[in-house]
Design a protein around this ligand. Sequence first.
Ligand code: CDP
Length: 238
Amino acid sequence: MDRHQLAEDLTLRERRLIIALDGPAGSGKSTTARLVAKRLGYTYLDTGAFYRALTLKVLDAGISPEDDAAILQLAEATQIELQPYEDKNRIWLDGREVTNLVREPAVTNAVAPIAANPKVRAIMVEKQRAIGRNGGIVMEGRDIGTVVFPDADLKIFMQASLEARARRRQEELAAMGITRDFEMLKEEIAERDQKDSSRKHAPLTRAADAILLDTTQMTIEQQVDFIVLELEKKMQSR
Ligand code: CDP
């Protein structure tokens, strides 16, 4: 990083902006968001963790992911807290740390119908807004640029081919000691994308003013540079 770039980063740090990163599973959002936050001295927030934590509770309680009324009741009686920790988020469900548990495939495969419930979303969105309101945040999810912060300072919509996304997800799970068949993962990701994109409330969709970033052929470092550069451009044009 040269001196000029360092000065620009420091200016961005002081401005405490809101950066919204949306996109489908495996598009590289989490790693990129974390590193952008680290570079700017911002907080990183993984909004998917809220929906994952509730899903874990639903599964543990033996409630069907399709039982909207029971899920809402559960959501209202649930405490979910995200604690930014170093460049990650630690997740607490009713006082119990579930940071790793929420990444388990059983949770991943049950989350979409639960996240489709509009009343559940209202509860989660309120928590997310409360954390991001003062800016200095990089928030990633599916509806950040469209619903949570439609006035975000910068919106990026990340995309990548299904093959690339499944490969990344397989590597991520392998690092957690979980072995998954590639073709099966591809199918599961495609199915979840379809559910997330076609739901009635806050579907996964690119905001009209979001910049499209296709990460199929990009390294993480290139993605981070792209976003910081777009942010600088945007701030200069203001
Ligand atoms: O890490 P990955 O991309 O697989 O998923 P995630 O970001 O942890 O999100 C898990 C699921 O939560 C998504 O498939 C959506 O169903 C839901 N979600 C959502 O509806 N809205 C968000 N802002 C974030 C996640």
